[in-house]
Design a binder for this molecule. Sequence first.
Ligand code: CP
Length: 315
Amino acid sequence: MSAPVTPSFPHRHLLGIEGLTRPEIEGLLDRADAAVDVSRQVEKKRNVLRGRTQINLFFEPSTRTQSSFELAGKRLGADVMNMSVASSSVKKGETLIDTAATLNAMRPDIIVVRHHSAGAVHLLARKVDCAVVNAGDGAHEHPTQALLDALTIRRNKGGIEGLQVAICGDVLHSRVARSNIILLQALGARVRVIGPSTLLPTGIERFGVEVFTDMRAGLSGCDIVMMLRLQRERMNGSFVPSVKEYFRYFGLDRDKLRLARPDALVMHPGPMNRGVEIASDVADGAQSLIREQVEMGVAVRMAVLEALATHLPNA
Ligand code: CP
């Protein structure tokens, strides 16, 4: 990757978007832009993390985040080890702290963690000596998802300042929504959330977002329509709507998309449930950025690992 074009990233860990300044966020996005160029070259390998060990520790399933962190680490030259709960001693009752201490004793340089509990990644970061990256903790934060979403928007719209972004669906259980609200507002976007009142956090207005429970009203004038899946794994059975009815009122189809700006772009962090929150022809249509988000995911994770590498011993 190119020499850093940004102010250096001052944090040892990336635990959330909350607490990052606008220049720090923009610095990571600039690094990620450079990483896109690297990823598109035939020879993708760089030596930024050569000799370093990266452990991907996933307590929840993942397709995009885990594989893109693995690719990002390998493209930067790291030795990458993937650990899932299914194949670990967590299944035998080992605690998060003991798991962290065990891995720490093997002297990794970076641990990337996904966990079902909000705050678990912060706790783990206090127990290890290496850099820690939050790959999603409960309904709390998913910082690299918000960064890749911002990079995708910036590259397609030329900037984020002044854009009207709608985040639609199950906002209540979404770490993606939370990280995106913080990040997009930090970069000057206006954010609205749209969903049934049962899937919107009580008092979310205090975060400066506009709230709509009518999707047709909420989509009016939007530049970006970001769809979220129903995160049933965090609902404890409390809200399982009829899929047909949910799609009728809150699913994005071509008819509803016409209510946004004509040049509006559609995003989804994945995994998608076609026919539940988004129609197939919209997901695969000309206004969709969903595949580009996946590509930007690798670049953003390369940028984050590169930024954290500057704090590793003997860097
Ligand atoms: N967006 C996202 O976090 O996807 P995965 O669960 O597949 O990693």
